[in-house]
Design a binder for this molecule. Structure first.
Ligand code: ADP
Length: 483
């Protein structure tokens, strides 16, 4: 399936060409072929989008609705996305390369975000502050205004929805800039929002390059909030731009190097499987990918063997096959991952599985790499200090619980961690000491949209998910009434 059309920007409730009239190609990472074209939005288009969002905000066409009416529209959008899930999942797979099964997961998460936050719309209560019987002092949670969202390519729909839905629930309007690799599915959702009756200008989506459209959005004086998810380097640029305008709310999610800690009391088979599947899912291109596996030294051989056994049976393939793992998202990402594998070898880590690009037959046209495992990995090596964002796992050893925690925390990142142990006291003791915002104990998926997720240290700040997102995208107003 190929979308029969080229995609335009979605601004002020309409599909429109970029002001410069230019388009750029979106590529299927599984075969290198063009999926479609998308409009190349630049700073003038960001201006138009922010203006439209302003108009929609200040005309009270969105915040002026009754909260339940906003919620109802969000639920309608959720339903619409769900009814279009086949089309959306294919589109997402085409532009990102992920297996269709994973795209369906992501579309489902997108639906859930609009449902969940649609439900919150009429439940955002303020507070009454007890000052005296002569004074009524109360606190309102109000929307910020226009919120910009700069979205990465790894989970384009999920990250769009988790940021945009809470914004909308409380009455903000939004301008989103999807990644240049994966704009189509997001533009499609914007179009669906028009179909279900969202007022013009409430949701705007501008496709374009990061240095053009992304930078213009981050630096726009008209936004009152900015959510960015991407690399540390780009995050710093975005933050600098926000500083210039004193943009009041900035949320940065800048990736991770998440540890999977396997203690002797773990269900070893399940823990090893969690490690292997973490680099397979989305081809390891997840912020929360468990790319550092920390095992008790006595278990090294056993766990390494189990992970190798799982990976030996992995079927790679394009999105439309029943593959266990798809390609990387782009040629650039392929080169980055292959370079890191070489760095690992140069640093003296021992390659025990994978390590090569897959080029046989039609694989050569896409961006496939073998799932890769290193042992003899030591703190300080680049392959465990830096985020690779691919299917590469480094296995390290520890002797004591304290050492495991020390290694786990010895990272500039602090996003998430997963702990495996049947010893309940140990599980909670360790979870409390990990320098991350999210800990999973004994697997089971680990992430719910109903709970907050975000970074500490250089993984960023701000929280997406749950009630915390509503707080993040609102501002507090205090009103004193002299009775
Ligand atoms: P990656 O290098 O993996 O693509 P980035 O952090 O550069 O990760 O990209 C994440 C998002 O940030 C994308 O939407 C991208 O277009 C956007 N982006 C890239 N450069 C900039 C920039 N200078 N200012 C704002 N956004 C940018």
């Amino acid at each position: 399936m190929k979308p029969a059309e080229n995609y335009k920007l979605w601004i002020d409730g309409q599909e429109i060409d970029a002001e410069g009239g230019e388009y750029f190609a979106v590529i299927d990472p599984g075969c290198g072929e063009q999926v479609g074209l998308t409009a190349r939005g630049k700073s003038a288009d960001i201006d138009r989008a922010v203006f439209a969002a302003h108009k929609a905000f200040y005309s009270q066409g969105w915040y002026g609705l009754k909260p339940y009416e906003r919620g109802r529209l969000m639920l309608k959008l959720a339903e619409k996305i769900n009814s279009e899930r086949d089309h959306l999942a294919k589109l997402l797979s085409l532009e990102n390369g992920k297996p269709l099964r994973e795209s369906y997961d992501e579309v489902e998460t997108t639906v859930r975000n609009f449902e969940y936050y649609g439900g919150w719309a009429d439940k955002v209560h303020g507070r009454v502050v007890p000052i005296s019987n002569e004074v009524l002092d109360y606190i309102r949670l109000e929307p910020l205004g226009v919120v910009g969202h700069i979205i990465p390519w790894n989970y384009p729909l999920d990250i769009f929805a988790r940021g945009v839905a809470p914004c909308l629930a409380i009455g903000n309007t939004v301008v989103a800039k999807p990644a240049e690799e994966t704009p189509l599915s997001t533009l499609e959702i914007a179009r669906l929002s028009g179909e279900v009756g969202f007022p013009a200008g409430v949701i705007n989506v501008v496709s374009g390059y990061g240095k053009e459209a992304g930078a213009a959005l981050a630096a726009h004086v008209g936004i009152q909030g900015l959510a960015f998810c991407g690399s540390i380097e780009t995050g710093k640029q975005v933050l600098r731009a926000a500083v210039e305008n004193i943009t009041p709310i900035v949320s940065l999610e800048l990736g991770g190097k998440s540890p999977l800690i396997i203690f002797p009391a773990a269900d070893v088979e399940k823990a090893a499987s969690a490690g292997a599947h973490s680099i397979l899912y989305n081809t390891g291109q997840s912020c929360g990918c468990l790319s550092r596996v920390l095992v008790h030294a006595d278990m090294l051989e056993n766990i390494t063997q189990q992970i190798k056994d799982i990976l030996a049976h992995v079927r790679l393939g394009t999105w439309d096959t029943d593959a266990d793992m798809g390609p990387l998202v782009s040629q650039g990402q392929l080169e980055r991952v292959l370079n890191y594998i070489q760095v690992g070898l140069n640093e003296g880590a021992k390659l025990v599985s994978g390590g090569r690009r897959v080029e046989s037959g039609s694989f050569g046209r896409g961006f496939f790499v073998e799932p890769t495992v290193f042992t003899d990995v030591l703190p300080g090596m680049r392959i465990v200090d830096e985020e690779i964002f691919g299917p590469v796992l480094g296995i390290m050893t520890f002797e004591t619980e304290a050492e495991a925690i020390q290694i786990a925390n010895g990272s500039k990142y602090g996003l998430s961690a997963e702990v495996w142990t049947r010893d309940l006291s140990q599980a909670h003791r360790v979870a409390a000491q990990l320098d991350v915002s999210h800990v999973t104990i004994n697997g089971g998926g680990g992430f719910g949209i109903e709970a907050p997720f975000g970074g500490v240290k250089q993984s960023g700040f701000g929280r997406e998910g749950g009630w915390e997102s509503i707080l993040q995208y609102s501002r507090v107003k205090n009103i004193w009434v002299n009775l």
